[in-house]
Design a protein around this ligand. Structure first.
Ligand SMILES: NC(=O)c1ccc[n+]([C@@H]2O[C@H](COP(=O)([O-])OP(=O)(O)OC[C@H]3O[C@@H](n4cnc5c(N)ncnc54)[C@H](OP(=O)(O)O)[C@@H]3O)[C@@H](O)[C@H]2O)c1
Length: 303
C-alpha cells in the first residue's frame, strides 16, 4: 500500500518504519530528522530493532501522488494546520488515520476531510525520538483502530491486517469513541501530575495523597464522559489508570518530556478539552481546569 505519515516524530516514525517493511511509506517531518533519514536511513532501537532506508520529505506537497493511507501523528495542537496542509494531496480514496492523544483530533480532521474517509486509532506503545534519525521503542503497548461509525467494515479489517503483517499488533475496537475518552481520562491524570511533580509515572502510585487526587480527577472526568453518553464508571477508570501507572512506572510522561524540553504540551486537548465539555453540561470541572492552568503556567508561550 502507498502510505504517508504526517508528523514523523516518535510514534509516526515508529509506525512508518515498521510499515515500510511491506509497503511504500513516506515519512513527512521536520528538517533535521528527515535529512538524517535521507542520508543514513531510519534507526529504531529498544524493544524493536530496525534500520531501514525509507522515503522522507519535509513538506506534504513533495508527495507525488495521493497516498492510499495518510497516518496523522502530529501532536494534537498541530492537527488542524497539518491536515489543512495535506488537503491538496488527499484523494477521494485516501483514508486518514489518526493515532493521536486528546479529544479534539477527529473533530479537527473532520473540518477538512469527509467523515467517511477518517479512521481513529489509539496506541499505548511508548516511543521517543532520541535524536534525528533515531527512535527508541521504550515500551510495547496495545494498538486499536476503528471506524467512527464503529462498524466492522472490510477496510478496517484490511488496515488491521496491514499493521499486523508489518509486525505491529493491531486489533479492531468495538467502541473506538469510548476508547479515545478512556485514554484521555488516564492521560488527564498521569500527564499533568507527573509534569507538575517532575516525576516518573510510578511515583503517582507510591503516595496516598496522589492516589486520592487520582480518584478525584478520575471521578470528575468520568462524570463528564457520562454526560457524553459513555457508560464506563469511575472505579473502572481508576483501575485502568493505576494499571497504566504500574505498567509504565519507569516512564517519563510525554507532558513531562515536553515541559523539560520547553515545548508545548497537549494539556488543552486533554484536561482542557474535558473541562470545556464539562462546562457545556454544567458539570464540576474544577480539577481538570486547575491542572490545565497549572501546566500553562509552566510553559513560557502560554504566559
Ligand atoms: N510517543 C509516544 O510514545 C506516543 C504514544 C501514544 C500516543 N502518542 C500521541 O501521538 C501524537 C504524536 O506524538 P509523538 O510523541 O510522536 O510527537 P512528536 O515526537 O512531537 O512527533 C510529531 C512530529 O510532527 C512534527 N510536525 C508537526 N507539524 C507538522 C507538519 N505540519 N508537517 C510535518 N511535521 C510536523 C513535529 O515537529 P515539531 O515538534 O518541530 O513541531 C514532530 O516532529 C501525540 O498526540 C501523542 O500524544 C504518542
Amino acid at each position: 500500500m502507498n502510505i504517508a505519515v504526517l508528523g514523523a516524530g516518535a510514534i509516526g516514525s515508529f509506525f512508518g518504519g515498521m510499515l515500510s517493511k511491506k509497503n511504500n511509506v513516506t515519512l513527512i517531518g521536520r528538517k533535521e530528522h528527515i535529512q538524517k533519514i535521507k542520508n543514513h536511513g531510519l534507526q529504531i532501537n529498544g524493544k524493536t530493532r530496525l534500520k531501514r532506508k525509507i522515503n522522507a520529505v519535509e513538506h506534504v506537497y513533495e508527495l507525488n501522488q495521493s497516498p492510499e493511507l495518510l497516518i496523522i501523528t502530529v501532536k494534537s495542537f498541530d492537527t488542524f494546520e497539518a491536515i489543512t496542509q495535506a488537503r491538496e494531496i488527499i484523494g477521494k480514496k485516501t483514508v486518514v488515520l489518526s493515532f493521536q492523544n486528546g479529544l479534539n483530533n477527529i473533530d479537527q480532521i473532520k473540518k477538512v476531510i469527509a467523515q467517511n474517509q477518517i479512521i481513529a486509532g489509539i496506541t499505548t506503545h511508548g516511543v521517543q525520538l532520541v535524536k534525528p534519525g533515531l527512535i527508541h521503542h521504550k515500551g510495547i503497548g496495545l494498538t486499536v483502530i476503528g471506524e467512527l461509525s464503529e462498524e466492522k467494515t472490510k477496510r478496517i479489517h484490511h488496515l488491521a491486517s496491514l499493521f499486523n503483517d508489518a509486525g505491529i499488533t493491531v486489533s479492531i475496537s468495538d467502541h473506538i469513541n469510548e476508547d479515545i475518552w478512556k485514554k484521555a481520562i488516564v492521560n488527564a491524570n498521569i500527564n499533568p501530575l507527573t509534569a507538575i511533580l517532575n516525576c516518573e509515572n510510578g511515583y503517582l502510585a507510591k503516595n496516598p495523597i496522589l492516589t486520592t487526587m487520582i480518584h478525584k480527577i478520575t471521578k470528575e472526568s468520568t462524570e463528564i464522559a457520562k454526560k457524553k453518553g459513555f457508560s464506563f464508571n469511575t472505579e473502572e477508570m481508576i483501575e485502568q489508570t493505576m494499571q497504566v501507572i504500574g505498567q509504565t512506572k519507569q516512564n517519563n510522561s510525554s507532558m513531562l518530556q515536553s515541559i523539560r524540553q520547553g515545548k508545548s504540551t497537549e494539556i488543552n486537548e486533554i484536561n482542557g478539552a474535558i473541562a470545556k465539555i464539562g462546562r457545556v453540561y454544567g458539570c464540576d470541572v474544577e480539577l481538570n481546569d486547575l491542572l490545565t492552568k497549572m501546566i500553562k503556567t509552566m510553559h513560557p508561550t502560554y504566559l
